[in-house]
Design a protein around this ligand. Sequence first.
Ligand code: SAH
Length: 260
Amino acid sequence: MSMGKVWFVGAGPGDPDLITVKGRDLIAGADAILFAGSLVSQAATCWAPAHCEIRDSRGMTLEQIIRWLIGHGREHRQVVRLQTGDPSLYGALIEMVQPLDAAGIEIGIVPGVSSAFAAAAAGVESLTLPEITQTVIFSRIEGRTPMPAGESLAELASHHSTLCLFLSITLLDKLQEGLLAAGWAEDAPVLVVQKAGWPGEERIVRGPLMEIRERCQAARITNQAMIIASPALGARGWPGLKKSRLYDKGFSHRFRQAKG
Ligand code: SAH
């Protein structure tokens, strides 16, 4: 029996134009697509060929998803599992890969634009800034899903680096608690972006740490939102910005000799 290949494709944050060219080409050649919820449905329907079977996995259990992927992987040449953002972040990826490995079905993964990057783009923010922070932490706030030891928000925030928090928009009280416990100021800047990368639907809320919760409640932002807390936020308006050495005229590197 000839087996097909199951591709896990990052669809990007929602705008179908933010999928990679490789991801779009795989969709265009797919026999069957299983997409993960409403955020990525457009990419599937936009680029899929007419004969392609398209199914939403919302409401399916992991077992049903696996059975579908194995069944279609055996039946078809090219199957796409379309996921939001990048498949390596909060995508239950390995839980799906293991049974496919066991079934002898080849898999491939195509990265996608994570909503963390779409949110930074929406806010015209840089997640790293010279002498401010050179580190980005992708995490979530503990809710129903327990966090491993050493990964409480207060512990992660103690680095005072950029925090991109997924799946946490209903936990803004814990954001305040965790950042204050780590010594962040009450007026530390926070950015929340809902539906980042969705033309016409993207919503941006900014606020000091102690007000961000009320502002999101007032704007009724309760889902599909990225939280970014970072000492680098708002740098677009800073007068005394420290520049990176990459373009510094006194700094030599492989492609340029320092002058003066
Ligand atoms: N793999 C995805 C994340 C999936 S977890 C990625 O790389 O983006 C789902 C969480 O991602 C949501 O709770 C929300 O925090 C965030 N998210 C996904 N799409 C988003 C979007 N368009 N705008 C803002 N946040 C988004």
